[in-house]
Ligand binder design. Structure first.
Ligand code: MV4
Length: 506
């Protein structure tokens, strides 16, 4: 058993802050790294020490493995927390840490490597007796053989890249006639995207739900499942709303899925926090999809409903401590929902909306948690993920958690960029969501071809008055110039939030 005294967080934004908070509470020293383009970001001010990596893009900063190792050594950190994205699921980085005597807070490098290969992961699932969708048992490169298999299991099928995952490197084939060309396209794309052209064929599941099991496994052979998260509200493989527990999972199904997840994890020697993803069909049959070997973006909904701090658990496991509780201690307290607030125009095909947060106030109150890495005056940069914040609400049941989320979404004040708040409000008010009768096609079924609503006369008048007032102010008050060179354009077209509905603006 080791004692971790100092941790470097190889990440940025909200997740870096999330980890720094737990480190502070545990009395562990913290080290931040940041790119030149993040020199004014808030996250590195929450660490005890901060090192500038230089560079602008991810490649020039947060992805520079050798530089990260150098800074870890220089800072005297004994461990590194990778957060999500960047080097978090990079087996090579985990291996470099192992070789340099640095504790990588996550599974061992060989485990990350094995599970990163989707064919390998599926073989492990089969070996552990976990249900999988019908597929070729291995990669297949002969197009004739592949087509014979697709013809046999029936269309539609998916051609999936073994090195893919999270929706990358996937082609849906609807009919036999289009198989050959799409198969070859999938192979070519897999080579160019991953440098690995291996693909396999899998039966396409119609209208599945995406439900995942959070796992914790220590280095003494103990493993627990921390219930499920439902992440079916996605657009283009990007999760937008997640919740725990799922509206449709029964206690029996939860236990079955949980036991499957832990069996698979134990098969591969998994340690630390991880997530086992499943697709669930309309008959509530579940099929293994992949294992995510990192702390996930949506982990807060599990924390709110189990009362656990997953980062604290990760650190204890990395220190070699046994889990301090067993499966029967894991309870579900109420319901939690997370909305990811992206700087994207959800009323205009989710186009990225980068720029300065001219005005920014977060919602607060009982049962409201906001994990964010931004503040007023900050920039949503084009170099990184445009997520502004994760808004999480917790209450005694699903309906109350939804109502609390609607309250919190309407309390948010954001001027300067468009956001996914209107989409979240749309979804949370939708009968399909409220009744729990939805799947991964929610966005395409209900949110497509939505035309922009014409703003009401009242809203137009308020917008015009405010624009005039702000431009007048700018002429007189020179200090406003550092906030914006041009006239600030308040987001007033869509009266979705309380703030936008207000009639008086001081
Ligand atoms: C599937 C599927 C249907 N059938 N596999 C997308 C993310 C990647 N991890 C796997 N994905 C899918 N795999 C079979 N056999 C449908 C999807 C899928 C999806 C899955 C989860 C959440 C949203 C999705 C949106 C489109 C397609």
């Amino acid at each position: 058993m080791k004692t971790i005294k100092k941790v470097l967080v190889a990440n940025r934004g909200e997740i870096a802050i999330r980890v720094f908070r737990t480190l502070r509470e545990m009395g562990i020293q913290s080290v931040a790294v940041y790119s030149e383009s993040d020199k004014d970001a808030r996250f590195h001010r929450l660490a005890d020490e901060a090192y500038c990596l230089g560079g602008t893009t991810s490649r020039e900063s947060y992805l520079r493995q050798e530089l990260l190792i150098e800074v870890i050594k220089k800072s005297g950190a004994d461990a590194v927390h990778p957060g999500y994205g960047f080097v978090s699921e990079n087996a090579e980085f985990a291996k470099r840490c192992e070789e340099n005597g640095i504790i990588f807070i996550g599974p061992k490098s060989h485990v990350i490597h094995a599970l990163g290969d989707k064919i390998e992961a599926k073989k492990l699932a089969v070996k552990a007796g976990v249900p999988v969708a019908p597929s070729t048992p291995d990669s297949i490169d002969d197009v004739k053989e592949a087509k014979a298999f697709a013809d046999k299991i029936g269309y539609p099928v998916l051609v999936k890249a073994s090195a893919g995952g999270g929706g990358k490197g996937m082609k849906k084939v609807e009919r036999a006639e289009e198989f050959e060309s799409l198969f070859q396209l999938a192979q070519a794309e897999a080579i160019s995207a991953f440098g690995d052209g291996r693909v396999f064929i899998e039966k396409y599941l119609e209208n599945p739900r995406h439900i995942e099991i959070q796992m914790l496994l220590d280095e003494h052979g103990n493993g627990v499942w921390l219930n499920e998260r439902e992440c079916s509200i996605q657009r283009r493989n990007q999760k937008v709303i997640e919740e725990a527990p799922s509206a449709v999972v029964t206690p029996e199904m939860r236990r079955e899925m949980g036991e499957c997840a832990i069996r698979l994890a134990k098969e591969v020697g998994y340690t630390n926090a991880g997530t086992c993803e499943f697709l669930v069909d309309k008959h509530m049959k579940f099929y293994f999809l992949e294992v995510n070997t990192r702390l996930q973006v949506e982990h807060p909904v599990t924390e709110m409903t189990t009362g656990l701090d997953l980062v604290r658990e990760q650190i204890h496991i990395a220190e070699g401590k046994p889990l301090s509780f067993s499966q029967s201690d894991v309870k579900i307290n109420g319901h939690a929902i997370e909305c990811r607030i992206y700087a994207e125009d959800s009323e205009n095909n989710f186009l990225p909306s980068i720029g300065k947060l001219q005005h920014y106030v977060e919602p607060q109150g009982l049962g409201v948690r906001v994990d964010s890495g931004v503040s007023q005056g900050g920039e949503i940069s084009m170099y990184f993920d445009p997520m502004i914040a994760k808004l999480v609400t917790h209450d005694s049941d699903r309906e109350k958690a939804i109502d609390k989320m609607l309250r919190a979404l309407r309390e948010y004040e954001i001027v300067g960029v468009e956001t996914t708040i209107p989409f979240c409000i749309f979804t949370l008010e939708h009968e399909a969501f409220r009744s729990g009768q939805f799947d991964t096609h929610f966005v395409q079924n209900f949110y497509n071809n939505r035309t922009k609503k014409e703003p009401s006369t009242e809203v137009k008048e308020v917008a015009a008055a405010l624009a005039a007032l702000l431009s007048e102010k700018q002429k007189k008050v020179s200090t406003l110039n550092h906030v914006s060179q041009s006239t600030p354009q308040p987001v007033l077209n869509y009266p979705t939030t309380n703030w936008e509905r207000r009639k008086t603006y001081r």
